[in-house]
Ligand binder design. Sequence first.
Ligand SMILES: C[S@@+](CC[C@H](N)C(=O)[O-])C[C@H]1O[C@@H](n2cnc3c(N)ncnc32)[C@H](O)[C@@H]1O
Length: 248
Amino acid sequence: MEQFDNWQDFWDKFLLNRYGKEEVKTEDDLYLQVARTVNRKPVTKEAFDQIIDKIVEDSAFSPDDILVDLCCGNGLFTYELKDKVKQIIGVDFSQSIIDTARQFRSAANIEYHLGGTTDFLKNFRVLCPGIVPGKFLMNDALAYFSVADFESMLSSILAITRDFKFLIRGVPDDDLKWNYYNTEERKAFYKNLQAKGDLTNDGLGTWWLPADIEAVCDKLQLQCVITPQQMPVSDYRMDILISNKPRP
Ligand SMILES: C[S@@+](CC[C@H](N)C(=O)[O-])C[C@H]1O[C@@H](n2cnc3c(N)ncnc32)[C@H](O)[C@@H]1O
């Protein structure tokens, strides 16, 4: 599928373009800035807490873990994980969003880096010398990458460590697409986006086929477990837990 090629600008200006706000001023603005919303309102506390609980459970954090939060946004979720692990390295390519993270969601054991995720992982040893993370997270962001980017990220992680868990959450699942476009009006909206050639898909990004994820993991001999999300979080996104296969 043809890819939108200006996501960096899209996210830098998202709060302004969608909500007419120059900067984050309230707690709610943090959610709006990174589109952690339903019907343009912050996700409920119930959904937020469930997301955190699932991240902690699926990642099986231990107090000695070093976590890399890829596309960390403004640290809304990153910050909640700070007491579960030893250190967190967050990376995001939007200057305005990283500035917000540093201003509102900083902690002694969190470093926020400005940068593109694929390059950051490729250059990880130079950018973070001596650090060997065992846990990686990408929350609601794979939709902004191509299959080739996904393979590149996994290959870079394998060059950093052979012993890891990579939890990719909230990937729009093409097989569940009609749960999202579930009224005639929403279906027409989607068809209209396609007819207009809106490659951002109204900001939602690419609908991924689970088979594409499995194919890349198979190629790199990685284990992957794909699980559909549940309400109240979503009924059209999937979570993917990737780890190295145990040696025979
Ligand atoms: C929907 S927001 C999710 C943010 C955060 N993970 C969360 O769950 O709150 C998507 C984020 O991905 C970031 N992003 C998208 N593509 C990226 C890339 N190639 N490199 C770094 N960050 C990226 C955007 O700047 C934005 O902050």
